[in-house]
Design a protein around this ligand. Sequence first.
Ligand code: SF4
Length: 78
Amino acid sequence: MITKPQAELRIVVDLNRCQSYGQCVFAAPTVFQFHGEESLEYDYAPGEDVRTEVERAAAACPVQAITLGTPAGTEAGR
Ligand code: SF4
């Protein structure tokens, strides 16, 4: 059996709030990408190795559309 690390990363983007500014794409290009003109796609469960980039992306989002959490639940944004 493989034991999973405690703090797995989960991302939720409120696409109703997202204005396609693209700051997250610049901050974490391996996690966030634009598909077509302005539809944002993202890896909702990226590896721990990109946590810093994802945190930067969340901080950079002008409309605070990115929420970080764990599989057990989403942490409060603030
Ligand atoms: S930075 Fe925020 S508003 Fe811009 S594309 Fe990413 S989630 Fe959307």
